[in-house]
Design a protein around this ligand. Structure first.
Ligand SMILES: C[S@@+](CC[C@H](N)C(=O)[O-])C[C@H]1O[C@@H](n2cnc3c(N)ncnc32)[C@H](O)[C@@H]1O
Length: 251
């Protein structure tokens, strides 16, 4: 049974890193881009109350706030937060599905996987719209089971695991290779923790071997972050990256 709940961590340093980059990827598409199919393997509950007892218990959002405030007001991530607060109140914070919904175009589609029953139910409440498909299912298996025609569409996938299963690190690169053979027009943003134990390192190495032109970015956290991880990592794949030259950091 899964125990991770993002309510304890919403708006923290990880979210500030991951959600800013996700927002940038969502707006980076050309204005005349065709319909985009947006996916998340690990969606969470979509909307977070930063005054909840879970959020207060860790106080992690307090570390994310200055990082977010340092971004320009016009940054799409800040605009999503402003929209969410306008709609729900100043204590609310948008999870990745709400950020995507805010920045996607009307004709785009959204498909989200979330296994935890409580998080899944909350996600349904946060995103009741017809064009959003929400599955209480394993996101890894779900992405490999997309109908062939849908799998071939232009898409963007956020992979944001809680890494509760140790094999998730080892399975990631082979799973991505399998997925991208079926879905070659998919852009991907994968989050991973930088761990003192180095558990993430073989995964990053396997990703670099399998996708040598795909960049990654690792942001170290201050020593007093109070988090168990040392920093936040993002690995990015774009279908055209195979035409570009060498490994480079995300900018
Ligand atoms: C880090 S949270 C997601 C946060 C969300 N992406 C955001 O940024 O707002 C990870 C979520 O994945 C869910 N989860 C864990 N393993 C899963 C799996 N195999 N398939 C689908 N959901 C899973 C957990 O229940 C948890 O809600």
């Amino acid at each position: 049974m899964l125990s991770y709940q993002h309510s304890y961590h919403a708006g923290n340093l990880v979210d500030a890193h991951k959600h800013a980059r996700l927002a940038e990827m969502l707006v980076a598409r050309p204005a005349d881009a065709p319909t985009l199919a947006y996916y998340e393997t690990h969606a969470g509950r979509g909307l977070y109350d930063l005054s909840s007892k879970e959020a207060k218990k860790t106080g992690e959002a307090k570390m994310g706030a200055p990082v977010i405030a340092a971004l320009p007001k016009s940054h799409p991530y800040r605009q999503c937060i402003a929209q969410t607060q306008k709609r729900y109140g100043p204590r609310f914070y948008p999870g990745s599905p709400l950020i995507a919904q805010h920045l996607l175009h009307r004709q785009d589609t959204i498909q989200l996987f979330e296994l935890h029953p409580q998080e899944h139910a909350a996600l349904r409440t946060a995103m009741p719209h017809d064009r959003v498909q929400i599955e209480k299912a394993d996101g890894y298996a779900g992405m490999l089971s997309l109908p062939t025609e849908q799998a071939a569409r232009n898409g963007l996938l956020l992979i944001d695991p809680s890494y509760e299963l140790k094999n998730e690190y080892a399975d990631m690169a082979p799973w991505l290779q399998q997925l991208l053979r079926r879905s070659p027009n998919l852009s991907v943003l994968l989050w991973y923790p930088i761990l003192k134990s180095g558990l993430h390192e073989p995964m990053r190495k396997a990703l670099m071997q399998a996708f040598p032109t795909s960049p990654y970015e690792e942001v170290p956290f201050p020593a007093d972050s109070g988090l168990r991880m040392l920093g936040s990592g993002l690995w990015q794949y774009t279908p055209l990256s195979s035409l570009e030259s060498p490994q480079q950091a995300l900018t």
